[in-house]
Design a protein around this ligand. Structure first.
Ligand code: ADP
Ligand code: MG
Length: 246
């Protein structure tokens, strides 16, 4: 086996002139090796987490339709959208400082998924794990556990390990009691372990409190948690309307 000295002197011999070496002594070489090793193992841990997050639903964290959504391509034509954009942006920038969650509440097509995906895409680039899932898809996945004779507890464990879990379409369907219990369990477990949740819903604060309960609602908006109301009309309608009138 080569000692650091001989490796170092060989490197110095073959290094072209004018190149600044990262290390000059054997100790520096060892320290550099160690820190590169640590960096690589941190990358591997993240990579494993990402693979595990992707395995939960058999797909990547953000669905195709919203994979290209960013803060930059979110169009602002009113004050509400300006505020929603700025709050979503600062949520993404401050992610990890606290354990705040977010609730985006409003009608269909107002851009809730767009801004949630923009947050998610920003965090994915930083190496965080993110999963955006609709309530119906989540329930299908839970049912698959039951049908396969497994308990849902390892699924819940996995859902709790993701850095950001965004639950979409909360309140769109009338869920059964058992489904609300699962949903509450997921949110409650994440919040108890100080892991944030994003909730996208067409319900207002009172309606959402009725379905999630006051305790979960309190936790969702405490710390640096945010509530954003999307009060304007559907973006899809604008697009079709302007296309039709062109
Ligand atoms: N302000 C906006 N700027 C650019 N695209 C938008 C904006 N609002 C919505 N969209 C786009 O319109 C479509 C519907 O928006 P979406 O975020 O899915 O709405 P919601 O989740 O509120 O129902 C998506 O393709 C989204 O990217
Ligand atoms: Mg949506």
């Amino acid at each position: 086996m080569k000692t650091p000295e001989t490796l170092l002197s060989r490197l110095q011999r073959i290094m072209p002139p004018g190149i600044e070496p990262k290390f000059r002594t054997a100790d520096e070489l060892l320290a550099w090796n160690r820190s590169e090793g640590e960096k690589r193992s941190a990358e591997l841990v993240k990579e494993n987490q990402r693979t595990r997050a992707e395995r939960i639903l058999g797909r990547s964290g953000i669905c195709g339709l919203h994979r290209n959504c960013s803060f930059a391509n979110y169009r602002v034509v009113n004050d509400g959208q300006r505020q929603a954009l700025s709050r979503a942006k600062s949520y993404a920038q401050n992610f990890g400082m606290g354990f705040g969650s977010f609730v985006f509440s409003g009608g269909c097509g107002t851009g809730k998924n767009h801004l949630a995906a923009a947050i998610g895409n920003h965090l994915l680039k930083l190496g965080h794990t993110v999963l955006v899932v609709t309530v119906p898809d989540l329930m299908l996945r839970v049912r698959r556990c039951y049908d396969g004779g497994e308990s849902e507890s390892s699924l819940l464990d996995d859902l709790c390990k993701v850095d950001l879990l965004v639950i979409d379409e909360v309140g769109v369907q009338r869920e059964t009691r058992a489904e609300w219990v699962i949903l509450n369990q997921i949110i409650d477990r994440r919040l108890s372990s100080l892991k944030p949740v994003g909730v996208l819903t067409n319900l207002n604060a009172e309606e959402l409190t009725n379905v999630l309960g006051a305790r979960v609602m309190d936790r969702l908006t405490m710390d640096s948690g945010i509530w954003v109301s999307f009060t304007w009309g559907s973006y899809r309608k604008n697009v079709t309307h302007s296309r039709l009138t062109k």
